[in-house]
Design a protein around this ligand. Structure first.
Ligand code: ATP
Length: 428
């Protein structure tokens, strides 16, 4: 339908980006695509510079179940189908080829080729810079100006121009993501361009709070999220580290053996925790905890600025700011306790993610075990009597209930109270 509308207005419509790559990679030539990127091109009236928006608006009228979002003046529009059984959360982005306005008819193939070519040249890698023409074509429908098909065959991630990573350092993270996800390798010169960009200090733009580049920090966070929530996150981190690209998070950040050890412990902890406690606890956000563990490997004074820079949620920023103080408090107090109730009293002041962070950072196995016992067992123990029982036993309702129940809980944790009888005896 989109192609029909475009043709009706005398434009060309292309499928671009990841969908073309994935179609060419799919063995059957068919694929369920959830994110479709379209580019409109070939218009010849100044009024048509908003072609993408005009097309999206027409499509929305045709498919009223879709939600239409327009980004920026005349730039791009998105159609989203949520919970629609027919479309199953499909998203279509429609952009207007980013080019100068050409005062020639769209039928002129040179003009057409030059504007879609420019649009594709602004993209990241050759395999993501191909277009498939959806409107009637006189030439073959696949546009591959930069050798994307060849790179798909030789399984290479190749950047389009030498300055690409200097222009946008988040492309380093994208390149690593595609390389690991597709089982491809970074082409040699592309690797050199990445190293060159890092050596020339490109990370200053991503790793430092810069009010001028909030979009860059947002993109970095998005890329980190994609990488750290993927099953291949370890290999991705290793490759980023080999390239020196972790400096884009902070100039001192390296994947030292100690950080690798912590990340391994974190995985064990997350797996066991999800199995044991998925119903009782808020779901842990795995990628975010991996990122927090990584940020926590930086010197304490830089953690909060890095988290802020990456626009992480407030609770994460606060946790990283308080991590050192909380860790010192826990590591110095736990060894002095001889009762479980003391451990619970202390640890209940901290949130689950903070305790997991501290546990994975802690080298003392005993302390780690105590935190783990607390999280999985002790934190869930209840005293054998409730407020209702106290009322039944003749205690007057009031603030003393809290005190009695707290004492009862401590006695239960410490094994003094074991059932309702010992509990009743205890409170008397
Ligand atoms: P995925 O399958 O992971 O969604 P994708 O290729 O569709 O991969 P998107 O992030 O949705 O990735 O981006 C769509 C297209 O936009 C890419 O294929 C690429 O052509 C272009 N693109 C995205 N981010 C950048 C960037 N930082 N620099 C240049 N081009 C980009």
């Amino acid at each position: 339908k989109a192609a029909q509308f475009a043709e009706q207005w005398g434009w060309h419509l292309y499928l671009v980006g990841g969908a073309v790559r994935d179609l060419l990679l799919s063995e059957t030539g068919s694929l369920l695509i959830k994110d479709i990127d379209l580019v409109v091109d070939g218009f010849h009236q100044a009024a048509d510079v908003g072609a993408g928006v005009k097309l999206a608006t027409a499509l929305q009228e045709f498919y009223p179940a879709a939600r239409l979002d327009i980004h920026g003046a005349f730039q791009t529009a998105a159609l989203l189908w949520h919970e629609d059984p027919e479309f199953d959360s499909l998203g279509i982005d429609i952009a207007t080829a980013r080019t100068e306005f050409y005062p020639y008819p769209a039928a002129n193939p040179e003009v057409e080729a030059s504007s879609i070519r420019q649009d594709l040249y602004r993209r990241d890698f050759t395999i993501n810079a191909m277009a498939l023409r959806l409107t009637a074509a006189t030439t073959p429908p696949l546009l591959d100006f930069f050798g994307g098909v060849g790179d798909l065959q030789t399984q290479q991630i190749r950047v389009l121009h030498p300055n690409s990573f200097i222009e946008d350092p988040t492309r380093i993270f994208r390149g690593v993501r595609f390389a690991i996800r597709l089982g491809f390798h970074l082409e040699t010169q592309t690797t050199d361009y990445i190293r060159y960009a890092i050596n020339s200090g490109v990370y200053d733009r991503t790793a430092q709070a810069n009010p001028k580049t909030p979009a860059l920090q947002t993109r970095l966070k998005t890329e980190l999220k994609y990488l750290l929530q993927a099953p291949y996150w370890r290999s991705a981190l290793e490759l980023l580290s080999d390239l020196g690209a972790l400096q884009c998070i902070h100039s001192t950040l390296k994947l030292e053996p100690e950080l690798v050890r912590q990340l391994q412990l974190l995985e064990r902890c997350l797996q066991r925790f999800d199995v044991t406690h998925s119903q009782h606890q808020p779901q842990l956000i795995h990628w975010q905890l991996r990122l927090e563990t990584i940020i926590a490997a930086i010197a304490p004074q830089f953690r909060q600025p890095v988290a802020k820079n990456l626009q992480l949620p407030e609770d994460v920023i606060e946790r990283l700011a308080n991590l050192d103080r909380s860790q010192t408090q826990i590591l110095s107090s736990l060894p002095t306790f001889d009762r479980i109730s003391q451990v619970v009293q202390l640890l209940k002041q901290f949130d689950l993610s903070m305790l997991i962070l501290i546990a994975v950072r802690c080298r003392n196995r005993n302390i780690r075990r105590q935190i783990w016992r607390y999280l999985t067992v002790w934190a869930h123990i209840q005293p054998p009597l409730t407020g209702n029982d106290l009322r039944r036993l003749g205690y007057k309702p009031g603030p003393q209930y809290r005190q009695i129940l707290d004492n009862l809980l401590a006695a239960t944790l410490d094994g003094v109270v074991i059932d309702r009888d010992t509990a009743e005896a205890f409170i008397k």
